[in-house]
Ligand binder design. Structure first.
Ligand code: HEM
Length: 398
């Protein structure tokens, strides 16, 4: 345990401020030690809040990308089996092979070519919203946009998107440090449903190939059937959760900072740097994890073989050593070397798509609804340690 520490840790049950504003807690951890050793929410390990240290661990392949399921029980076998073949949880040569094959579908060029489709999708979704009534930007806007886009890319029927929202939420809850036995069991069942759903869809694509990512993955001889299945599931979950959060966190940040909103309305070309700032300021993925495969020294801290390391991306992105006035939203911030998409071998494969989607969604929303306003300022966040995710964002568009 890091010496001299007396910090109130977030509690799942107490009505703690942490869930709505984790940043004071991160600052306290960093002040004690940027490579803090302790237990948060039942999980002992190293909690990294310093930017330099976070970047060093992410780039160091001695830290393996594996989130062990400590609740090692046969009951969670569906979930474990799926994780085993997912790009995110593979290492070294398996990871390189999978990344090269899946990455082909998510290049910047491919994302740029999708821009007209993304713009049309955003307009369609906005057309469905009654602009004079309260709308929830999470359910009525960001979720439909992200879900229609990823469904089209992968080749998943868009009618099934309600199921995907539910299934994604179950899996996200199970990989978060707030997980309980109940949520793990539920996610085990959901992993079974996802497996059955995609097995069926993969079979259909084998007999009737389409111009979609599922068909591309099937045609890759170097991918096993299990890897194709796990990749489809990873992509559908990754494509939903964090992109929805980026769009909503971005809009909410602007509505709470009217001067920054006016700047963007006057200079729409600022949308690219504004999106980088939303990624830094309210990072959709707040945490990622690694296991030390040998004793490693990071900035004079010895991390022992087998230790679990939690990299708090949302904390590193507010490290005052790197970011001037880190708790200030500045849509013109430059440079902005945030770690919101990770770094190193596992850096996000969908970052170009996520950026284009968020830029298009936020700008189109503001163009069509420049008078958008919050219905209430005390919105709440989901109780997740690893994701910055609004429960709902009620607004009136005009
Ligand atoms: C704002 C949106 C997004 C954020 C903030 C985000 C964040 C991240 C982060 C932090 C990682 C690295 C995890 C680690 O190092 O352990 C990652 C990896 C990954 N992301 Fe994203 N992501 C986003 C959107 C997407 C989208 C749209 C897709 C795909 C459709 C995607 C697919 C992936 C995949 C497949 C990986 C694993 C890469 C690997 O292990 O080599 N992400 N993402």
């Amino acid at each position: 345990m890091t010496a001299g520490l007396s910090i109130a840790h977030p509690s799942l049950h107490a009505d703690s401020d942490f869930w709505n504003n984790p940043y004071p807690f991160y600052d306290k951890l960093r002040a004690v030690d940027p490579v803090y050793q302790g237990t948060v929410l039942k999980y002992p390990g190293r909690y990294i809040t310093g930017y330099q240290e976070a970047e060093a661990v992410l780039k160091d392949t001695r830290f393996k990308n594996r989130i062990p399921m400590p609740e090692a029980s046969a009951k969670y076998k569906h979930l474990k089996n799926l994780q085993k073949d997912m790009l995110l949880f593979t290492n070294h040569s398996d990871h390189k092979r999978l990344r090269m094959l899946i990455g082909k579908a998510f290049t910047l060029k491919k994302a740029e070519r999708l821009k007209p489709f993304i713009t049309a999708t955003v307009h369609d979704v906005l057309d469905q919203i009654d602009h004079s009534k309260t709308a929830d930007l999470v359910s009525d806007f960001a979720f439909p946009v992200a879900s229609l886009v990823i469904a089209d890319i992968l080749g998943v029927p868009k009618e099934d998107r309600a199921s995907f929202r539910e299934w994604t939420a179950d899996v996200i809850q199970a990989i978060d440090l707030t997980r309980s036995k109940k949520s793990l069991l539920k996610a085990g069942g959901t992993a079974g449903k996802l497996t059955a759903y995609f097995k069926d869809l993969i079979q259909k694509r084998k007999t009737e190939p389409q111009k979609d990512v599922i068909t591309t993955l099937i045609s890759e001889e170097q991918l096993t059937e299990e890897e194709v299945l796990a990749s489809c599931i990873l992509l559908i979950i990754a494509g939903h959760e964090t992109t929805v959060n980026l769009i909503c966190n971005g809009v909410f940040s602007l509505l709470k900072h009217p001067a920054e909103l006016s700047k963007l309305l006057e200079n729409p070309q600022l949308i690219a740097s504004a999106t980088e700032e939303f990624l830094r300021f309210e990072s959709p993925a707040q945490l990622t994890a690694r296991t030390a495969s040998e004793d490693c020294v990071i900035n004079q801290h010895l991390i022992k073989k087998g230790e679990q390391v939690y990299i708090l991306l949302g904390a590193a992105n507010r490290d005052p050593e790197v970011f001037h006035r880190p708790h200030q939203l500045d849509i013109t911030r430059n440079p902005n070397p945030h770690l919101a998409f990770g770094k190193g071998a596992h850096v996000c494969i969908g970052s170009s798509l996520a950026r284009i989607e968020a830029q298009t969604a936020i700008l189109t929303l503001l163009e069509r609804a420049p008078d958008i306003r919050l219905v209430k300022t005390d919105v709440t966040y989901r109780k997740l340690f690893g994701f910055r995710s609004l429960s709902a964002l009620p607004v009136v568009l005009s």
